[in-house]
Write a protein that binds this ligand. Sequence first.
Ligand code: IPM
Ligand code: MG
Length: 368
Amino acid sequence: MANPSLLILAGDGIGPEVMAEVKKIITWMGDKRGLPFDVTEDLVGGAAYDAHGTPLTDATLAKAQEVDAVLLGAVGGPKYDVLDFSVKPERGLLRLRKEMDLFSNLRPAQCFDALADFSSLKRDVVAGLDIMIVRELTSGVYFGEPRGIFKEGNERVGINTQRYTESEIARVARSAFELARRRNNKVCSMEKANVMESGILWRDVVTEVHQKDYQDVELSHMYADAGAMQLCRWPKQFDVIVTDNLFGDLLSDAAAMLTGSLGMLPSASLGAPMANGRPKAMYEPVHGSAPDIAGQGKANPIACILSFAMALRYSFDLGDEATRVESAVEKVLADGVRTADLLGPEGGSPISTSAMGDAILAALDASL
Ligand code: IPM
Ligand code: MG
């Protein structure tokens, strides 16, 4: 059988720096675990715009559709703020999500014990936290029509449309219930059914799917604003949260801070199974391109490395190897190894992006 294939789109800002550390881990898997991957690389975001005048070429998209999994770094930067909306770096990322139909975005928020004092919340609120936000990723207000800035009388009006079909809600609900069964068997669905028709439909469909096929899973519903409040008040009440595209964007950034640093959070974006049984998939850190620290070797590569661990688990059914990578990260953190974002108010001396990657490699070696 052919080696599993990966397309690396490192993108902009710190993307290439953190991805360089992931490449070391990919090589390690081939050398030390007999799990070689076929890796190709291409451009996305501002880097693609600079080279081709578009944040995602059709050729790159075609490659993304063919491989077993895409690994993405980050897109965007102040240099591109002046560009027309249609060619902004973010459009490349959104086009990948939409065209690959990656409707289920898994954003785990796990608090590593060594970092529990780092959160802006108290230790007992976050220690041991392990929740999963399942964000709908291909519909809702991100893609709904009509959209645009129009002239109405003598002023302009900006319009976006929140639109969800029953089948779009049902498929992401199913993926949340399936995940919950492999975790603590609880799903909390979040919307704004008190003000939005799309929220009423969301609640109805999630309830129907639950009644029909997942009665063994505990289901609750919450308005998304209350959900944000509960995430900060007592996040450990949650196991899996399922929500729409925009609420998921907001709630996952909030959840990220529970864990201490945005530099820690991975994500997986999954679609329907391909002919080989593997899901269409893209893996990316939740953090952005961090232009303020780009090119300085300061970035934390852990979110990107943990995203590769998610690829091992969800695309390649290599849960044990994923756990190996996650344990290596945990060990390094427990040993007090810190990039700059992981230093508390008391300071200390941070190590570089590549030194963090090397420390994780050493922990991997030690796991053999
Ligand atoms: C995210 C990001 C993206 C989003 C941006 C970069 C388009 O914030 O993945 O959470 O809004 O989805
Ligand atoms: Mg976001």
